[in-house]
Write a protein that binds this ligand. Structure first.
Ligand SMILES: [Zn+2]
Length: 285
């Protein structure tokens, strides 16, 4: 999505404010983004969508939208693939109406097709979605998310490939998922740098990405996520090295806090970023 600067916000309405005041509250505490959660159902009411649009714009909150979990663009059932395409288009329509410029979604599962074939099928369906979104003039990116389970389409390589092959596709980069998908791979700054380099090489730019971040407890095997934890819980991955990279590179990202503490941790991440900026200007005055 087109972004003017690095922005921070929660995944869903803030926990510390009534919904009616959500957007002005985010602005008051110093945040400037939010990912609307349409993970179970897509809001239909015109008045709701327009209210969100008005409030977000008035308070300078950049919006993305998380589409329903019930999407599988690589299902072996024609019917289920078709329903997934329609659901994603409906999510894009709602996003457009509420002024969200990016639609995050989980692409689906490799299933028995295996990686190559499933990815090919998903790319074909995604091209249908992109064509419709273009024909309808909806101003949204389509954001396949990096996923935490190895049975799911959504390795870093997968989402980059989708972006290369389908118009309008800009990945949603979930670092917690990248971390647990391969058994805890983000241990230090160099690991983040590798991911970011891969994104820049694959996409040609780092700007415009939606980033998900939370600390995460892996399953017993060490692969896949068990549950999200707050920033500083010790589970990792550690946000600080990423904050340092952000301070050095200044990418135009929407950073979405998926921690159980939502906006409180979005603020914590923003503080860590500002600290990194300050220490950088201290080192290179
Ligand atoms: Zn997600």
């Amino acid at each position: 999505m087109k972004l003017d600067r690095l922005r921070f916000g929660p995944a869903g309405y803030p926990i510390d404010s009534p919904k009616e005041r959500a957007f002005s509250y985010l602005k008051e505490i110093g945040l400037d983004g939010m990912e609307y959660q349409a993970v179970r159902s897509i809001p239909r009411r015109e008045s709701t969508l327009l209210w969100i649009r008005r409030e977000a714009s008035k308070n300078d909150i950049a919006l993305s939208l998380h589409a329903p979990y019930a999407i599988n663009l690589a299902s072996e059932s024609d019917e289920k693939r078709k329903a997934s395409v329609l659901r994603l288009i409906r999510a894009a329509k709602a996003a457009h109406k509420m002024g969200a410029k990016h639609v995050t979604f989980h692409t689906g599962y490799y299933g028995s097709m295996g990686r190559e074939e499933a990815l090919k099928v998903a790319i074909k369906e995604l091209s249908e979605v992109a064509k419709e979104v273009g024909d309808l003039g909806l101003e949204v990116d389509l954001g396949p998310e990096t996923t935490g389970k190895r049975s799911q389409i959504g390795s870093l390589e997968d989402v980059i490939r989708m972006a290369q092959e389908v118009d309008l596709v800009v990945p949603t980069v979930d670092f917690a998922h990248i971390h647990v998908r391969d058994g805890g791979v983000l241990r230090g700054k160099a690991d983040y740098e590798r991911v970011i380099q891969e994104l820049e090489d694959g996409l040609g730019t780092l700007d415009g990405l939606v980033i998900h971040f939370t600390e995460v407890e892996p399953t017993k095997s060490g692969f896949g996520e068990r549950m999200h934890h707050e920033i500083g819980s010790g589970y990792g991955p550690d946000f600080r090295p990423l904050a340092e990279i952000m301070a050095e590179v200044r990418p135009k990202w929407l950073v979405v806090s998926e921690s159980p503490l939502l906006e409180r941790d979005a603020l914590k991440m923003r503080e860590m970023f500002l600290e990194a900026v300050a220490s950088l200007s201290h080192r290179f005055p």
